[in-house]
Design a protein around this ligand. Structure first.
Ligand code: NZQ
Ligand code: ZN
Length: 388
C-alpha cells in the first residue's frame, strides 16, 4: 500500500537538441549577476562555454566565473565558491556540467549566506537551510546522478575522508534544467558507463525495499528495462541520439523524487560506495558497481520475493520448474553478465582500495534501516572483502 505523501517538484525541464534556447526564457527572471560554475574544461572543448557566454551577454548579464569543480567536489572548493558568491552578491548560479557541478552549485546556493561553517551545519548536522538561498539553473552535460531535478548534493571532506550526501528541500532544487542529449556525446566511455550504472543503482536502491504493492515498483521496472536496452546501444554507438535521449530522461526520472514517494527505500549500496569514494576519490558509479553484486547476493534471501520479481520482470527469467531461489539467483547472474558486458568495474581493488582501508571504509558507512537486511559493521566488512 502506498504511504501518505506530499509530492512537488519545482524544477522546470527544457529537453531536446534545442533546449538551450530555454535559457533566454529563464535569464530575464533573475538579477544581473550570474555566477557561472563549471568543471575542468570539457564544456570548452564541446563549444558549450562559448554558446553560454554569448547568451548571457545578449541578456545583459554580468558574468562571475567559478571554474575547476572537480569530480567528487570538496569542502575546500565549497568554501571558495561561497566566498565568490557572497562577495559578488550573485543573483543566479548557472551550473554547466555533470552531477559534481550541479551538486556543488546547490551546496554554494545553500551555504553562501550561511553564518557558520556550512560543512558542520548542512552536511554533518543536516540542518534545514534557514539563510538566503541563491537560485540555480543547470545545463547538464553528463547523465547519471539525477542532480538536475533533485535536492541532492554530495561533498567530500578530504581531510576526514568523509563523503557525505544530503538532500536539500525544494527551495534548493534547480529552478530550471536544460537537458540536451547531444552534450553527453563527448563523455568518455568510462564515465558514460559509470553514469549508466548510477542510474540503475538509484532505481534498485528504491526498488529493493518493502513488501507492498505499489505503482512505483512497476514504473521502476520499466525504467530499468529502458536503460538496459538503450545502454547496450549507446555503448556501441555513443552518438545514437535516440538511445542517449532515452537514457538522459530515464536518469532524471530515476532520482527526481517521484518513484520514492509512498514507499520505503534501501540506499546501502550508495552508503558503502560513498565511503569508498571518501577513501579513494573513485568515480561514483564505479564504486556502486564494484559492491553491488556482493551486496545483492548477500541480502537476496531476506527479500527473496522481490528478487524473484526482479528476475522475471526485468531480466526475463523463465520461472518454469525453478525454485524461488533459483529464479532470483538467475536474475542476479544476468545482471552481473550485463554489467561485465558494458564494461563496469566489478571489484574495489581496481578502484584503489587496499586491505588496510576496509575497517575505515566500514566505519564511515552510514547504516540505514530501510532495506531487507539491516547490516552490521562486520557484515559491511564481509561485503567489502567479497568485493576485493
Ligand atoms: O570537469 P569536466 O571537464 O567537465 O569533466 C567531467 C568530469 O571529469 C566529465 N564530463 C562531464 N560532462 C562531459 C565530460 N567530459 C566530456 N564531455 C562531457 N559532456 O566527466 C567527469 C565526471 O563528471 P561528474 O560531474 O563528476 O560526474 P557525475 O555526473 O557522475 O557526478 C558525480 C557526483 O555526483 C554525486 C556523486 O557522489 C559524485 O560526487 N551524486 C549526486 C547525486 C545527487 N545529486 O542526487 C546522487 C548520486 O548518487 C551521486 O552520489
Ligand atoms: Zn548515485
Amino acid at each position: 500500500m502506498l504511504g501518505n505523501f506530499v509530492y512537488s517538484n519545482p524544477t522546470k525541464i527544457y529537453f531536446g537538441d534545442e533546449a538551450l534556447k530555454g535559457l533566454n526564457q529563464e535569464l530575464p527572471k533573475y538579477g544581473k549577476k550570474v555566477m557561472l560554475i563549471y568543471g575542468g574544461g570539457s564544456i570548452k572543448k564541446i563549444g558549450l562555454y562559448d554558446e553560454i557566454i554569448k547568451i548571457l551577454k545578449e541578456n545583459d548579464k554580468e558574468i562571475i566565473e567559478d571554474p575547476g569543480v572537480m569530480p567528487n567536489p570538496t569542502v575546500d572548493k565549497l568554501y571558495e565558491g561561497c566566498k565568490i558568491a557572497k562577495d559578488n552578491d550573485v543573483d543566479l548560479i548557472l551550473a554547466v556540467g555533470g552531477g559534481s557541478v550541479c551538486d556543488y552549485a546547490k551546496a554554494v546556493s545553500a551555504s553562501a549566506h550561511c553564518d557558520e561553517d556550512p560543512w558542520n551545519k548542512y552536511f554533518l548536522r543536516m540542518e534545514e537551510v534557514d539563510n538566503r538561498i541563491i537560485p540555480i539553473g543547470c545545463v547538464l552535460t553528463m547523465v547519471g546522478t539525477g542532480s538536475e531535478m533533485n535536492g541532492g548534493s554530495v561533498i567530500t571532506n578530504t581531510a576526514t575522508k568523509q563523503k557525505i550526501g544530503r538532500v536539500f528541500d525544494e527551495n534548493v532544487f534547480p529552478k530550471f534544467s536544460i537537458l540536451n542529449p547531444v552534450y553527453t556525446f563527448s563523455v568518455p566511455q568510462y564515465q558514460m558507463v559509470a553514469g549508466f550504472f548510477d542510474i540503475m543503482s538509484h532505481i534498485l536502491e528504491q526498488y529493493f525495499s518493502g513488501d507492498d504493492d505499489n505503482t512505483s515498483d512497476y514504473i521502476m521496472e520499466g525504467l530499468i528495462r529502458s536503460l538496459i536496452h538503450s545502454s547496450r546501444i549507446a555503448v556501441k554507438n555513443p552518438k545514437d541520439y535516440e538511445a542517449r535521449s532515452n537514457i538522459m530522461w530515464t536518469s532524471t526520472w530515476a532520482l527526481n523524487t517521484l518513484v520514492e514517494k509512498g514507499k520505503s527505500e534501501d540506499w546501502m549500496v550508495h552508503m558503502i560506495g560513498q565511503a569508498i569514494g571518501g577513501y579513494t576519490d573513485a568515480t561514483h558509479g564505479m564504486t556502486l558497481s564494484a559492491v553491488s553484486m556482493p551486496y545483492y547476493r548477500y541480502i537476496m534471501p531476506y527479500g527473496l520475493h522481490k528478487f524473484k520479481r526482479y528476475a522475471i520482470n526485468v531480466w526475463n527469467v523463465n520461472p518454469e520448474g525453478k525454485t524461488d531461489e533459483e529464479i532470483a539467483k538467475e536474475g542476479l547472474d544476468r545482471m552481473e553478465a550485463y554489467m561485465r558486458e558494458i564494461g563496469l568495474v566489478m571489484n574495489i581493488r581496481d578502484l584503489g582500495v587496499t586491505e588496510d582501508m576496509l575497517e575505515g571504509i566500514a566505519s564511515n558507512t552510514f547504516i540505514l534501516t530501510g532495506g531487507y537486511k539491516v547490516l552490521t559493521h562486520e557484515e559491511i566488512i564481509d561485503i567489502l572483502k567479497s568485493s576485493m
